[in-house]
Design a protein around this ligand. Structure first.
Ligand SMILES: [Zn+2]
Length: 85
Protein backbone atom coordinates (compact mmCIF):
# COMPACT_ATOMS: atom_id res chain seq x y z
CA UNK A 1 0.00 0.00 0.00
CA UNK A 2 1.38 3.39 -0.90
CA UNK A 3 1.45 5.98 1.87
CA UNK A 4 -1.57 8.29 1.61
CA UNK A 5 -1.21 12.05 1.89
CA UNK A 6 -2.01 13.28 5.38
CA UNK A 7 -5.33 15.13 5.54
CA UNK A 8 -5.37 18.92 5.71
CA UNK A 9 -5.67 19.26 9.48
CA UNK A 10 -2.66 17.08 10.01
CA UNK A 11 -0.69 19.07 7.42
CA UNK A 12 -1.59 22.32 9.16
CA UNK A 13 -0.35 21.12 12.52
CA UNK A 14 2.80 19.74 10.86
CA UNK A 15 3.34 23.15 9.24
CA UNK A 16 3.11 25.06 12.52
CA UNK A 17 5.39 22.52 14.18
CA UNK A 18 8.00 22.84 11.44
CA UNK A 19 7.74 26.61 11.38
CA UNK A 20 8.51 26.71 15.08
CA UNK A 21 11.44 24.30 14.91
CA UNK A 22 12.90 26.04 11.84
CA UNK A 23 12.51 23.21 9.34
CA UNK A 24 10.22 25.45 7.33
CA UNK A 25 11.16 29.08 6.68
CA UNK A 26 9.04 31.94 7.91
CA UNK A 27 7.09 34.01 5.39
CA UNK A 28 10.27 35.98 4.62
CA UNK A 29 11.49 33.15 2.41
CA UNK A 30 11.67 33.91 -1.25
CA UNK A 31 10.59 31.46 -3.90
CA UNK A 32 13.62 30.60 -5.98
CA UNK A 33 11.90 28.51 -8.59
CA UNK A 34 8.72 26.71 -9.36
CA UNK A 35 7.91 24.12 -11.94
CA UNK A 36 7.33 20.45 -12.32
CA UNK A 37 9.15 18.25 -9.85
CA UNK A 38 12.34 16.40 -10.59
CA UNK A 39 11.03 13.26 -8.93
CA UNK A 40 13.97 13.49 -6.52
CA UNK A 41 12.93 16.19 -4.06
CA UNK A 42 11.27 15.40 -0.77
CA UNK A 43 8.63 17.86 0.37
CA UNK A 44 9.67 19.69 3.55
CA UNK A 45 6.11 19.63 4.82
CA UNK A 46 4.56 16.23 4.13
CA UNK A 47 7.81 14.28 3.55
CA UNK A 48 6.36 12.93 0.32
CA UNK A 49 8.34 12.76 -2.88
CA UNK A 50 7.50 15.47 -5.41
CA UNK A 51 6.85 13.58 -8.60
CA UNK A 52 7.60 14.87 -12.08
CA UNK A 53 3.88 15.43 -12.78
CA UNK A 54 3.46 17.57 -9.64
CA UNK A 55 4.35 21.23 -9.20
CA UNK A 56 7.34 21.83 -6.97
CA UNK A 57 8.21 25.11 -5.27
CA UNK A 58 11.75 25.70 -4.12
CA UNK A 59 12.34 28.28 -1.40
CA UNK A 60 15.43 29.48 0.40
CA UNK A 61 15.29 29.35 4.16
CA UNK A 62 16.84 32.69 5.24
CA UNK A 63 17.83 31.19 8.59
CA UNK A 64 20.38 28.77 7.19
CA UNK A 65 20.34 29.39 3.43
CA UNK A 66 19.15 25.88 2.76
CA UNK A 67 16.84 25.18 -0.14
CA UNK A 68 13.46 23.76 0.77
CA UNK A 69 11.11 22.01 -1.65
CA UNK A 70 7.34 22.01 -1.28
CA UNK A 71 4.38 20.63 -3.19
CA UNK A 72 2.00 23.24 -4.59
CA UNK A 73 -0.68 22.19 -2.08
CA UNK A 74 1.78 22.04 0.81
CA UNK A 75 2.97 25.55 -0.05
CA UNK A 76 -0.59 26.82 0.43
CA UNK A 77 -0.79 25.16 3.84
CA UNK A 78 2.62 26.59 4.77
CA UNK A 79 1.62 30.09 3.60
CA UNK A 80 -1.61 30.03 5.57
CA UNK A 81 0.31 28.98 8.68
CA UNK A 82 2.83 31.79 8.09
CA UNK A 83 -0.04 34.26 7.91
CA UNK A 84 -1.20 33.19 11.36
CA UNK A 85 2.18 33.77 13.03
ZN1 LIG B 1 4.09 17.97 0.34
Amino acid sequence: MSSPRPPGDQLRSLASQRLSDGRLPSSAAETRASGYGSGKSICALCDGRIMSDEVEYRLVNPQDDREVALHLGCRFVWLSECAEL
